[in-house]
Design a protein around this ligand. Structure first.
Ligand SMILES: [Zn+2]
Length: 316
């Protein structure tokens, strides 16, 4: 039952929903890096939210959710591919241990001076030349001041950036990251209920039902149990559940590409100082080492392929 995402659609109104429960996927993130407790909660909730938003889109590519924080957490990043493979990481400003305490709120972590923001990017798999990824940005504060939970941030984003009424319930601890989404589709949402079946109150009613969910219930019950408990009286169509998994897309080749972008001079200065270049992937903690020979090959190969690339392209 773990690591599943279940979509559903209410029968008598243009309202759809999803429930996701991440167990192994989330454990893979936590096994690779140690995060302070309050960061773990925010990052886990983001991961559940990212899976929900990604599965909600008809889109082939990667959904990237970033929080730029102005507190002790500088950045939180979660990426989800269309196949529901996910990865996540956090970056801190300064020494983590001394600044982040267990009782810190989300606002203290990422929006301490009110300058935090949330950026969501849709990066299509097959980009046309010159095509920019779609990107939406919202501040981490609303009309009534700072947003205090990750679900409020996502609801704020969906309202301002997508003009869609969306409600989200999220929870995370050291074992699971869980979330539920409800969304009101514009117009009739493409559904055609039988005459007399359209129920205008569905949206309000299912949101009220959703609001009875406690964090404890989210974290202890299986999604199917939660669903039955909330919506047993509703006419609902279930879709085939999908599985999520952890996957990092880093590779030696990509790290090499990054070193090439830094430039020979910069890389050589590191070699001179330390004898080799060592890079750790922020997402999976994989270590990549380049010794002087590797670096020399990297830049020679770069120069050669750079020289032949235009001719190769012309042949196609
Ligand atoms: Zn990696």
């Amino acid at each position: 039952m773990s690591d599943q995402l279940q979509k559903f659609m209410f029968g008598a109104a243009p309202v759809r929903g999803e429930i996701v429960s991440l167990r192994n996927t989330w454990q893979q993130v936590l096994a690779r890096r140690d995060y302070p407790t309050p960061v773990r909660v925010v990052l886990g909730e983001m991961m559940a939210a990212c899976a929900l938003l990604s599965a909600n889109l008809k889109f082939d590519g990667t959904l990237i959710m970033q929080i730029y924080g102005d507190g002790p957490v500088k950045m939180l990043v979660v990426q989800c591919h269309s196949d529901l493979s996910l990865r996540a990481t956090a970056k801190f400003s300064g020494e983590v241990a001394s600044t982040i305490t267990d009782d810190m709120s989300m606002v203290e972590l990422i929006n301490a001076s009110g300058h935090g923001r949330c950026v969501i990017t849709l990066d299509p798999r097959d980009k046309k030349p010159g095509q920019q990824p779609y990107q939406g940005i919202v501040p981490l504060s609303g009309e009534d001041g700072p947003l205090t939970t990750m679900s409020q941030v996502i609801e704020h984003y969906m309202h301002h950036s997508e003009q869609l009424d969306t409600r989200m319930w999220l929870a995370a601890n050291s074992e699971r990251a869980v979330g539920m989404l409800l969304q009101k589709l514009p117009g009739d949402g493409g559904i055609v209920p039988h005459p007399g079946e359209l129920d205008a109150d569905t949206w309000e009613r299912v949101c009220t039902l959703g609001s009875t969910l406690s964090q404890k219930e989210l974290l202890t019950e299986e999604p199917a149990t939660l669903f039955r408990r909330l919506f047993w009286q509703e006419n609902v169509h279930h879709f085939e559940p999908a599985n999520t998994r952890f996957e990092c897309t880093c590779s030696r080749e990509k790290v090499g590409g990054m070193l090439k972008m830094l430039g020979r001079e910069e890389v050589d200065s590191v070699i001179e100082e330390r004898g080799h270049v060592e890079i750790h992937c922020d997402f999976c903690n994989q270590r990549y080492e380049f010794d002087p020979v590797d670096v020399a090959q990297l830049f020679v190969a770069g120069a050669l392929s750079g020289g032949v690339a235009p001719a190769a392209e012309q042949r196609h």
